[in-house]
Design a protein around this ligand. Structure first.
Ligand code: GRF
Length: 202
């Protein structure tokens, strides 16, 4: 898992019985990330990849990729990782990277999705769990759920309600990916009732 924030999504994933045991390592690019503390508390490897230690983005991404390969990682889960992943990293894990984004994509991509939904005067926003491709907040959508925007919402109250949804949706999507139950057809993701190769006969 790559996470730079408080790690509430990491916690939801760790607490899910079908997902938690698969989390091998948590990598953050921020020394103060709550996610690293949560990983340590759960007895999961916690690694800081400090961007200031690298002279270029390419060098940082190469180091990140090397760490992930070294851990034998085959799937990446992203929650608030504050770096845009380099194309080489994305290509190293084809259709094996999930991201959680706090809006109903394709509305409000980018780092300020909650504030922008409020500023736009939208009545509904939500949570999107999507596969990561080489463009930002763009890959095929796995799960999505709407969250109404209330008249007295501010960024904190709205984000807190979105996170409640994220904490349910992200483990659900991670489980489907880990069980090989996602089939990507162009931009569409089909969910199988059984893992690939074990489809239930109809
Ligand atoms: C989440 O709201 C996620 O949608 C966004 O970053 C936030 C991370 O929160 N990409 P947390 O660190 O998991 O609490």
């Amino acid at each position: 898992m790559l996470a730079s924030g408080t790690g509430s999504n990491l916690q939801a994933l760790l607490d899910h019985p079908a997902v938690g045991p698969h989390i091998a390592v948590v990598v953050s690019d921020s020394a103060g990330a709550g996610a690293l503390d949560r990983a340590r508390l759960a007895g999961v490897g916690a690694e800081l990849v400090d961007r200031t230690g690298y002279s270029s983005r390419a060098e940082f991404d190469a180091a990140l990729l090397e760490r992930l390969r070294g851990e034998g990682v085959d799937t990446l889960l992203l929650a608030g990782f504050m770096r845009i992943l380099d194309a080489d990293v994305v290509r190293a894990f084809p259709h094996r990277i999930l991201n959680v984004h706090p809006s109903l994509l394709p509305a409000f991509p980018g780092a300020h999705a909650v504030a922008e939904a409020l500023a736009w005067g939208a009545k509904v926003t939500g949570s999107t769990i999507h596969l990561v491709d080489e463009e930002v907040d763009h890959g095929p959508i796995v799960l999505q759920e709407a969250v109404p925007i209330l008249e007295d919402d501010d960024e904190a109250s709205l984000h807190a309600r979105i996170k409640e949804v994220e904490h349910r949706l992200f483990p659900q999507a991670a489980r489907l990916l880990l069980e090989d139950r996602l089939v990507v057809e162009g931009r569409s993701v089909r969910v199988l009732s059984a893992p690939v190769g074990h489809e239930v006969a109809r």
